[in-house]
Design a protein around this ligand. Sequence first.
Ligand SMILES: Nc1ncnc2c1ncn2[C@@H]1O[C@H](COP(=O)(O)OP(=O)(O)OP(=O)(O)O)[C@@H](O)[C@H]1O
Ligand SMILES: C[C@@](O)(CCO)CC(=O)[O-]
Ligand SMILES: [Mg+2]
Length: 483
Amino acid sequence: MWERSLVLSAPGKVILHGEHAVVHGKVALAVALDLRTFLRLRPCTEGRVCIRLPGVGVVRSWDTSCLQALRRGFAGKHWEEEATARASCGAVSPARCLLPGGVVLANTAFKFNNSLVSKCLNSPLLASLADFDESKSPSVEQLDTLKEFAGIAAGASAPESLATLAFLYMCLAISAKYGDVPSVDILVWSELPTGAGLGSSAAYAVCLAAALLTACGAILCPLKEGESTARWTEEELTLINSWAFQGEQVIHGNPSGVDNAVGTWGGALRYQSGKITPLKRPFEAEEIVAVWALGAAGGLKERGKEMSLVASRVPTLRILLTNTKVPRSTKVLVAGVKEKILKFPAIMNPVLDSIDAISQECQSVLEAMPANPSPEYYPVLEELFDINQHHLNVIGVGHPSLDRLCRVTASHGLHSKLTGAGGGGCGITLLRPDTSPLAVEAAKRDLCACGFECWETNIGAPGVTLHSSSSLSAEVLHALSES
Ligand SMILES: Nc1ncnc2c1ncn2[C@@H]1O[C@H](COP(=O)(O)OP(=O)(O)OP(=O)(O)O)[C@@H](O)[C@H]1O
Ligand SMILES: C[C@@](O)(CCO)CC(=O)[O-]
Ligand SMILES: [Mg+2]
């Protein structure tokens, strides 16, 4: 039985260069954003698993016995006993109990008899779920089965459907490997805009992975009495990251893994084909100020303190972040790029190579920058933003709202590119150390006049973290106290 209450969080991210190309094995440079997703885990009524996701309007709960039976039944073992167990789990009939929500697999009218048992044992969908493992991708059959289980329509891609599916997949897969998820109530609340290019899906998946692995006992809870925050060991973070990647796969289809890596480790990193390298200066233990056209969110009381460690070593890169508020889906955009590459390989592959070269060039410039960079470094960084933005348009992930964002900032002498999957969502604008506050204010005013949103925040934030209640701001405590 799970007896503790835990709160943990994971940051969103900004990709400086390499989005989309990174899905095809190229380099990406990404930094953690000081906007976080928070998850509260607490004991639930015995025998239930509950999930509340106010950001996407989901409140669902399932009997643990039904989840256990579903998961063990998928393995094809002791099927009859499992079906009986499910029949006693409170549903109106054995058939309904097999698939809570009254959904019947493959539109077959199930009856609790031998033919049902053999039908289930022989079902390729069910057999496929015996295959849960963090090193294997969720299969189409597994996801189809879980959609039916949760009453989600086959082609559904709405935020609530994907969020529910990712939870169910991770819950069953982690249980299959490490033992049953106990009776818990999970609430997820985020400071991040959903689907705007700031890694909301990865922050959600990282939080779920950390919470479910902790609840199953696969990793320890490192927060000691009297501590305000704690992080897991490198080995445990590696496990969290690999399970978060599974969740991202459910939501994205074909993620590179860069977003969950930043959500897990935080800071600033270079990512290529699963290889994660922390970036050296100016990111390493230095503050990066992002001025973002939306207003600072202060999720952590300790945020100032955590960042001051960083801030004591010379602030450098300043970035303006703007949310066009145009909705889009990373899954759809990533699939579109793949289609274009397949259609025009000789045209698209050189573009991806060029984006790779931009990331590498940017990394060299950043690592060569002194702690207090003089303006002479900026023309190169600005030009790299401009070239990459053109490339991202070429591969089909631009949007008129992003073109407008770039034009508006250019009229103030500033250089911008989209960040994340594009197609709307957010853009980033590089600010020089000598960009005057008046110029930033004027640019923000013009961006807001386009209907875009503006905030200011920091980047280079810590990765997945456990919190004591006393370390949380009133806003987060309030959001997490909703039940
Ligand atoms: N707070 C949340 N609670 C539950 N689900 C969430 C939450 N935030 C994001 N999601 C899930 O992630 C999906 C959005 O993921 P998507 O990858 O399209 O955008 P993003 O991660 O914000 O942007 P990008 O991938 O470009 O950084 C939503 O549809 C939802 O399923
Ligand atoms: C578009 C993409 O490159 C970044 C999304 O933040 C997708 C991915 O890397 O998984
Ligand atoms: Mg995403």
